[in-house]
Ligand binder design. Structure first.
Ligand code: C2E
Ligand code: MG
Ligand code: MG
Length: 684
């Protein structure tokens, strides 16, 4: 606008100068013609020149004014153009003529704000780009506007290629129908996307509508994470839950399930099903002699051979270590069934007794097979397995490598017991043992002072077997030594774990059996274990029954003296059931007496039992021993024991047997005084 005004002024000045020149010429003409006098002419011409000079000065002034405003304007225009092109660093010059200063200052402020906004935006993009989750932003029509590096990685394509695609094109075709606009506006879960090469990619995702906060939604943002690894792991877990990892045949659970279905089918068709229970003979020796890897290789080979030699439709499963089950459906009548099954079992035996190779070794094995029929021998899966197992056990008992059909007399208690014994031998290797801890409480205030470690055997297919059932069996062989060693090791491990949790577990009692007591190097082994786990012997108490104590007093006293010297606490378990006299007890370095629960049971209602219990407590006090009452189940018993000044109590009323974690929880509750059992000890 200023420039056009200046141009106008210039035109006016030129016009004025031309008019002045024309008038001067006219005056000169008039002078030549003698119309005017020379004096008047001089005056007129002078006036004309003065006017022209004035006009010239005006023109010069106008030009200067124009120059001063145009240059700053041009520089402002250039700065604005620079800022538009992205140069937000160079400040806009604000030393302008007064008229432009405010414009320049406003522009500079705008530039500074733009710079901050641009920086934040770049930071945000940087942040999104560095995320491990794929981020894809689309407009409201689902057209991809932006995506980060992780999205490109996830879908195996370039961010530039993703731009412009439709969001649902990125999902696998199978899931597309289930994805609507509404879903994208706010949903999440697991779905399948499709990579550039057509590969399906399982993802977990969340999606949301995005808006600038002023107007409505402007588009969607999808955040996705590749979960292929997790899906693979899940598939593996599902597989392992049903199949044995080593032999890749159905595991016991799955086999039972298949057997169940087979029996149901048989019932429906009125057909017979046979179960072969196969056990490799002397497999333990292979493990012990050649090692577990060799053993594993034999099992793999055995499973392969079974699968190859069995008739079509037969189902193989691994029931336990070296035990396999085979289900044969649609067996004919019993007589022909026996013939058919004998043939199958013989083939199985032949195959399984072929040489096994491991590295340069040749390993020889044989197999015992027990066979039972459903519905003839058993109507359900559990009984069928048990009966086929009993038949197998009989086959084994005959020296192995033989075949037996189930007969009802096989399943009598003694056979079960023998079977149990044979299973017991492998139970440690199979990790079927567990420890539980039963807390011991101070009768004065209910404080937990320790616990007794109690052994549990979880036998597959049978459930929990009581230690009263299997300890005597284990005692019949050296299994008890292995078992005792396992218990001590486990106690030490748990003890370390409790200590690490910053909790004092108190004193842990471990039961020792007669055969363990006779073990020559028992004290050395125990010492070694304590060293290995850095456990102070004073943290452990050994419980020995009264009968064990009296079995061979001379040797026992030596062993106990060694333990005593070590600092281990010693307790007499099930006290009252034996025939110890006071004087005989004094020979042993015993710290604790545990009153057998058969006396505690009726102590508060039966006069004789009351006398026995109070006498034992009294006797313990006289001998300077701690007295623990076992099997406390009622408050009446607890009150009786309190009145008779028993020191410690143990029993179902007070808790346990607990897992190591549950015991830790109990100790924690006890430490902060919130333990449930404390109320029982509150003095009224
Ligand atoms: P015990 O050493 O006298 O253990 C006490 C038994 O009484 C435990 O039975 C325990 O669960 C049970 N009991 C505790 N409180 C109550 C109660 O209030 N009422 C009743 N009815 N019973 C209660 P469990 O665990 O069956 O153990 C039985 C025996 O097996 C033990 O008697 C012990 O002699 C032996 N045993 C357990 N674990 C081991 C072990 O690790 N090694 C050895 N050698 N023997 C063990
Ligand atoms: Mg005990
Ligand atoms: Mg006991």
């Amino acid at each position: 606008m200023t420039t056009s005004r200046q141009r106008n002024r210039f035109v006016i000045v030129v016009t004025a100068a031309s008019v002045a020149l024309a008038l001067a010429m006219t005056v000169l003409v008039w002078l030549a013609a003698g119309d005017i006098r020379p004096g008047v002419a001089v005056t007129l011409i002078s006036l004309l020149f003065l006017t022209t000079l004035f006009v010239a000065v005006c023109v010069a002034a106008a030009r200067e004014l124009a120059r001063r405003e145009i240059v700053p304007l041009e520089s402002l225009t250039a700065a604005a153009e620079n800022a538009t092109a992205g140069d937000l660093e160079t400040p806009i010059p604000t030393d302008q003529p007064q008229t432009l200063t405010r414009i320049a200052e406003a522009m500079d402020t705008l530039r500074a704000q733009l710079r901050v906004a641009t920086k934040s935006r770049d930071y945000l993009y940087e942040l999104i780009d560095s995320m491990s989750e794929a981020v894809i932003v689309s407009d409201l029509d689902g057209v991809v506007k932006r995506s980060n590096r992780a999205a490109a990685r996830l879908l195996g394509s370039d961010p530039a290629d993703l731009k412009g695609k439709l969001l649902w094109e990125l999902f696998a075709e199978s899931v597309r129908p289930g994805i609507s606009m509404d879903d994208l506006a706010g949903s999440g879960g697991e779905t399948v996307m499709i990579a550039a090469d057509g590969q399906e990619v399982p993802v977990s995702y969340t999606s949301a509508a995005i808006s600038d906060g002023r107007s409505g939604p402007e588009g969607f943002v999808l955040v996705a994470r590749n979960i292929s690894e997790r899906k693979r792991a899940e598939r593996r877990i599902r597989y392992l839950a049903r199949f044995d990892a080593l032999t890749r045949v159905p595991n016991r659970m799955q086999f039972q399930h298949l057997l169940q279905r087979g029996l149901a089918r048989g019932r429906k068709n009125g057909s017979r099903t046979a179960l072969l229970y196969i056990d490799l003979d002397r497999f333990k020796e292979v493990n012990d002699t050649f090692g577990h890897v060799a053993g594993d290789r034999c099992l793999e080979t055995a499973a392969e051979r079974l699968a190859e030699c069995l008739p079509e439709g037969a189902v193989v499963g691994r029931l336990a270590g070296d035990e396999f089950g085979v289900m044969i459906s649609d067996v004919g009548d019993l007589a022909s069934g026996r013939e058919q099954l004998t043939e199958i079992a013989t083939t199985v035996q032949e195959q399984l007794s072929n040489t096994y190779f491991y590295e340069h070794l040749e390993i020889f094995l044989s197999a015992s097979v027990g066979i039972a029929f459903a519905p003839d021998d058993a109507g359900n899966v559990i009984d069928l397995i048990r009966n086929a197992d009993a038949a197998m056990y009989n086959a084994k008992h005959d020296g192995g490598n033989s075949i037996e059909f189930y007969r009802p007399e096989m399943n009598v208690a003694t056979v079960e017991l023998l079977m149990l014994k044979s299973k017991l031998q492998r139970a440690i290797e199979r990790g079927e043992f567990l420890l539980r801890y039963q807390p011991k409480l101070d009768i004065r205030d209910g404080r937990v002072v320790g616990a007794e470690a109690l052994l549990r055997w979880k036998l597959p297919g049978r459930g929990e077997v009581s230690p009263t059932e299997f300890i005597p069996l284990a005692e019949e062989s050296s299994v008890i030594l292995e078992l005792g060693d396992w218990v001590l090791k486990q106690v030490c491990e748990d003890y370390r774990a409790w200590q690490k949790a910053d909790i004092d577990p108190g004193q842990i009692a471990v039961n020792l059996s007669l055969r363990q007591m006779r073990q020559k190097d028992l004290t050395q082994r125990v010492r070694q274990r304590f060293r290995e786990y850095e456990i102070s012997p004073t943290c452990i108490e050994f419980e020995i029954t009264e009968s064990t104590l009296m079995e061979d007093p001379t040797t026992t006293v030596e062993v106990l003296n060694e333990f005593y010297a070590m600092g281990v606490n010693l307790a007499i378990d099930d006290f009252g059931t034996g025939y110890s006299s006071l004087s005989s007890l004094q020979r042993f370095p015993i710290n604790t007496l545990k009153i057998d629960r058969s006396f505690v049971r009726d102590a508060d209602i039966d006069r004789d039992d009351a006398t026995i219990v109070s006498t034992i407590i009294e006797m313990g006090r006289t001998l300077n021993m701690d007295v623990v009452a076992e099997g406390v189940e009622t408050e009446g018993q607890l009150n009786f024991l309190r009145q008779n000044h028993c020191h410690y109590v143990q029993g179902h009323l007070l808790g346990g047997p607990l897992t190591a974690d549950e015991y830790l929880e109990l100790l924690r509750g006890d430490k902060d005084g919130s333990g449930r059992h404390r109320a029982l000890f509150a003095v009224s």
